[in-house]
Ligand binder design. Sequence first.
Ligand code: NAD
Length: 475
Amino acid sequence: MGYEADLKLFIDGVWKSGEGRDAHTVIDPVTGSGIAEVPYATAADLEEAIAASGRAWPEWRSTDVEKRSAILHKTASLLRERVDHIGAILTQEQGKILAEAKLEVLGSAQLFDWYAEEVKRDYGRTLVRPAGQLSRVIRQPVGPTATFSPWNFPIYLLAKKVAASLAAGCTVISRPPHETPGCATELFRALHDAGIPAGVAQLVHGDANLISTTLIASPVIRKVSFTGSTNVGKHLMRLAADSMTRITMELGGHAPVLIFDDCDLEKTLDMVVPQKFRNAGQVCVSPTRFYVQSGIYDAFLKGFAERTAKVKTGNGLDADTKMGPLANGRRPDAVGALIEDARAKGARVLAGGEKGDQGFFFQPTLLADVPNSADIMNDEPFGPVAVTRAFDTFDEAIEQANRLPFGLAAFAFTENGRRANLIGDLVESGMVGINTFAISVADAPFGGVKDSGFGSEGGKEGLESYQVVKAIHQA
Ligand code: NAD
């Protein structure tokens, strides 16, 4: 199977490439070799996109909600029809296994369907006033927006931003990461084929710094949404301060998982191990720091190591592969350095721990007795590594869970209802999963606290993040 992505920019309703533009090589993470060239937007392309976004906005915001909704629904059905094609592109440019890639495409379609309906229920409110007077509060689209999405869920996280902004009545310019341009291009092809008007949704591949500085500085762009690392997020916030541009920040995490001795251990292990190695651990809500109650710590490690040994790595296109390579050449060395540091500080390596022989592979890895002084206990590994240590009391578990500046997702496994309630209240994170990992769903807000960012994507909160509030008083 070849890489069948037709990589182009999509500006003002026109597909563009070549014409002297720089190009960047797309790498197959299985081999580390180039498989395609993606054209990079020039400064002139960006100016054209900004102007088109500003021009298209007044009409798109006034377009009947049923018509907007129909285009989003049509986009969803095209994504479903094309799931095999887009899934194969995603696997080849990103590395995740085909089954996960297809689920990601289907999840993206679901987001378009959900926002197509949710926007119809976007009611305002009227306030209590004397007869003849009227005060009402309405939400309106914020204006042209810009999105910066990452390479770990390259179509789903892009769809979250694009579907919500289009549903809200905003126009959108998207910059996908250079590692995964193919599935992003396919999303915009589906929008185009669904009848999105020129200038309403535009795609600009290219240099992250040039694109973010240009779009954020423009007075036309009223809102920016970013998903990626905390460092880049802070940099973009500084840029946004100068232009007073609204911003949503979905940044890194370092999710704690509290395993209590009253959980169903076998069932818990059957859930946590595949979840840890999903997408080779490159998930901002990946379960990472496993705190296990002392009485079941050894049994947990034994069960985890046995299951980890059975996770077959390989090309994501092969049906029996359970985990593909990491998505880019930066990650294997970064993950390897974190493991070496942990080992030097006393951690035991119970499974994996090494890079693969080719491409960007890294073995599924289990570390035990990891001290808090190890870098991996403090920096997000963003790779296939589970980090474990024992705890004794409930208070100690909560203290460990909250000890980092991150607060994106947290998980716990317990059969004790009162304990589950307390965990929900006490853990400092944007999302909590108790006996479940199903926290990224279309109808619920997704976002973090502390260094994990602010603002929500998903749910009605995701729609509101592309709106401004207006109070209108009439005497
Ligand atoms: P990075 O910090 O170089 O880049 C993170 C993302 O931001 C990438 O998608 C990149 O294309 C984009 N980016 C970089 N510079 C930018 C700029 N000036 N303007 C706009 N966008 C810019 O990190 P990386 O090596 O690509 O990824 C590693 C780290 O990023 C991980 O350790 C993880 O913490 C974080 N990350 C988080 C998520 C998430 O879902 N929250 C996704 C991907 C990466």
